[in-house]
Write a protein that binds this ligand. Structure first.
Ligand code: BGC
Length: 677
């Protein structure tokens, strides 16, 4: 039976002229800094325009907005409940000023550290991405804002993204690049999808019938609106027949002249246009956007709560990577002076750039502000040095703040700049107690200098308030608990993407070069297939610089007593995996226990392990907790190239429990089989 919203929507469409219908296929345009996009307004039918705003970590068009720590920092918390809070806060930021379509979340998988938008996404592992994404979307939409999952699909690098053709096998798409989008649709009920700029296997995604109709709609059951990324389609017939509904920010390709020509020739029918409108109106109707007032300025009363969530995200997402000689937390007994070095201490980059880039305005808490606030309470003197100075030698600790320009429509080098290398070299030769704080969204070359510094922290792009959390961690008021949502390599040569990314000798810029640049189309061959991230390191038996899921704490932990509820599971039975985690230190702390599954015997090639569970466990000093995680049949599946479907094969599987993809402490085996009828 047809839902009430569909009946109402059809009724509305019946009252529209053909011209009005065609007009509705495009947004009302883009005005730099003022308007990102909105749907058309039809006053005589009481259909208001619906305003859109970027992006995943806040609402940049909302006046006096708060910017949350980058989405990748949220991924590093491994905390789905926090993701729900973050999503609700972002939605309220949108709704306060009447933005009821959020152009986020972004969920393209991390494939190369160069990608200028990794900071807007959730890292390299599809399971982690899905677990973090679903509560975010549910919260956004529960708060009355339509979430737009983007950029569908295979837009994993930004270098001339409007000319790149991602060449990817079907299995790799299903196992690595599709799952987050599928979960957004099937598990979170997302109401909008934005297509990407790139080609996938030779076809522009925004006008691909295979991807939009066959995969999104028919295979995954999506019945909401599909919009383009801004100016990203080229062929009217292909686009309108692909299943795409809305061209953004305006109708260049789906304009009157072109659509009428197709109607006149009988290539498309008015019903096809009606279907496009049903897909757009239905979510608007379901979210009450055709009836209620769009803005709710009183939501500003929740700004203090949003500030709390923003700081909490940074507290839980900042990752401690190195802590030689327990240089951290800073000991007020032995530390009287701290030297801060690097411009990012005072001109803290709150976010990367592009659609996900925000100006945090005057409310921005810089790293220097945050360090001063805590240090002053402990009678520690913090001094910022604009240039290297011999006084740095006298300081008890030196902290270098580094960032890199990461920006939409640009990929950056993996290496730091010469000036940054020099800064690390000179500071660490002046001061043996040097700590580096990295504000980036991706991996950076650190192997060549990591031995020169005692401490290393990934503090991501912290948003308006996240710098406070970094200072709290340095001074030990907060015990770090974030984990890397991607692997960091020693060198590019050891990775899955080496030789599989850009044509050899491509120079990547360190600064954003502008939007109006084009290039001949080029292929990016994902030759590594599904062996991306930790799957690649396992396959090749390489120890990366820092593995996926890695992050230190000021506490120490022990994992023991793994038990499985059964050694055989049949058909749809589940398996309960339990173990015990103990905080073996005298400091309260949080560990993220990770469960990986290894398929031991398979008819097709398999990664050595896949993340299939995790839990964030807070433990008091010396406390122990019993942990349980559940394995379902689908956690044992792979996408078979032979049957072209998801398969679970009979046989043995290992359960691996650890604290990163490379730190596995417990292992046990069970068997799965399907009973014969
Ligand atoms: C980006 C999208 C963004 C849109 C609107 C595009 O350049 O790729 O992520 O939502 O602009 O700003």
């Amino acid at each position: 039976m047809e839902s009430l919203s569909v009946t109402r929507v059809k009724d509305m469409i019946n009252q529209m002229t053909l011209d009005e219908k065609i007009n509705y296929l495009g947004g009302t345009g883009f005005v730099e800094g003022e308007k990102i996009g909105e749907t058309q307004h039809l006053p005589h039918l009481n259909i208001p325009s619906v305003k859109m705003t970027d992006a995943t970590s806040g609402s940049k068009l909302t006046e006096d907005h708060i910017l949350f720590p980058a989405f990748i920092c949220l991924a590093a918390t491994f905390n789905p409940e926090l993701s729900a809070d973050y999503g609700q806060a972002v939605a309220e930021q949108c709704k306060a000023d009447g933005y009821r379509i959020l152009l986020g979340p972004g969920v393209n998988m991390y494939r190369v550290p160069h990608c200028g938008r990794n900071f807007e996404y959730l890292g390299e592992d599809p399971f982690l991405a899905c677990k973090m994404l679903v509560p975010y979307i549910k919260s956004v939409q529960k708060s009355g804002v339509i979430a737009t999952v983007k950029h569908f699909v295979a837009n994993n690098s930004e270098h001339y993204r409007k000319n790149s053709n991602s060449v990817i096998t079907e299995r790799t798409l299903h196992e690595i690049y599709f799952p987050a989008f599928k979960a957004a649709i099937q598990d979170a009920g997302v109401k909008a999808v934005m297509t990407s700029y790139n080609l996938l296997n030779g076809e522009w995604v925004g006008q691909s019938k295979h991807l939009i109709t066959e995969i999104l709609r028919n295979e995954w059951g999506f019945d909401g609106m599909v919009m383009t990324d801004w100016w990203s389609i080229y062929d009217t017939e292909k686009a309108i027949t692909s299943g795409l509904d809305l061209e953004m920010p305006d109708a260049c390709i789906l304009n009157h002249k072109r659509i009428n020509a197709l109607l006149d020739k009988g290539i498309i029918s008015e019903e096809l246009i009606d279907q496009r409108l049903i897909n757009i109106f239905k979510p608007l109707c379901e979210m009450n956007l055709l009836d209620e007032k769009h803005s709710d300025p009183l939501l500003r009363n929740n700004w203090p709560e949003h500030e709390r969530i923003a700081i909490e995200t940074a507290r839980q997402g900042i990752v401690l990577l190195k802590n030689q000689d327990n240089i951290l937390p800073i000991n007020p007994e032995t530390t009287k002076t701290i030297a801060l070095i690097g411009k990012n201490a005072i001109m803290t980059a709150a976010s990367g750039g592009g659609a996900g880039g925000f100006d945090p305005g005057e409310r921005l808490v810089t790293y220097l502000d945050a360090m001063n606030t805590i240090a002053s309470k402990k009678a520690i003197k913090v001094t910022y040095y604009e240039t290297l100075d011999n006084d740095i030698e006298q300081a008890d600790i030196a902290v270098i703040f580094l960032t890199m320009i990461e920006h939409e429509f640009m990929d950056r080098p993996f290496t730091l700049s010469e000036a940054q290398y020099e800064l690390i070299r000179q500071t660490s030769s002046l001061n043996a107690n040097t700590i580096v704080v990295m504000s980036v969204g991706s991996g950076v070359e650190m192997a060549s200098w990591i031995n020169e510094v005692k401490g290393l922290i990934y503090s991501w792009f912290p948003g308006t308030y996240g710098a406070q959390a970094l200072a709290e961690i340095l001074f030990g008021e907060i015990n770090p608990s974030g984990k890397l949502p991607f692997t960091i390599e020693h060198t590019e040569e050891e990775t899955h993407y080496y030789g599989n990314y850009l044509p050899e000798n491509t120079e990547l810029p360190r600064e954003f070069q502008g939007w109006n640049r084009g290039a001949p189309n080029f292929d990016i061959h994902y030759r590594e297939g599904f062996f991306t991230g930790y799957r690649w390191y396992d396959l090749n038996n390489i120890k990366p610089l820092f593995p996926f899921g890695f992050g230190l704490s000021y506490s120490t932990f022990k994992l023991e007593n793994l038990t499985l509820s059964s050694d055989v599971i049949i058909d749809n039975e589940t398996l309960t995996v339990s173990c015990e985690l103990t905080n073996t230190s005298h400091i309260d702390g949080t560990e993220i226990v990770q469960l990986y599954i290894q398929d031991i015997i398979s008819s097709e090639s398999q990664p050595q392990k896949k993340l299939k569970g995790f839990q964030r466990i807070m433990l008091k000093a010396l406390e122990s907790k019993h942990i349980e995680m559940t394995i379902h049949k689908k956690d044992l599946s792979f996408w078979s190239e032979i049957s072209r479907s998801w398969q679970v094969e009979n046989g043995f599987f290992n359960v691996l429990i650890g604290t990163s993809a490379a730190d596995i402490f417990l292992e046990d085996r069970f068997m799965y089989y399907q009973s014969k009828k």
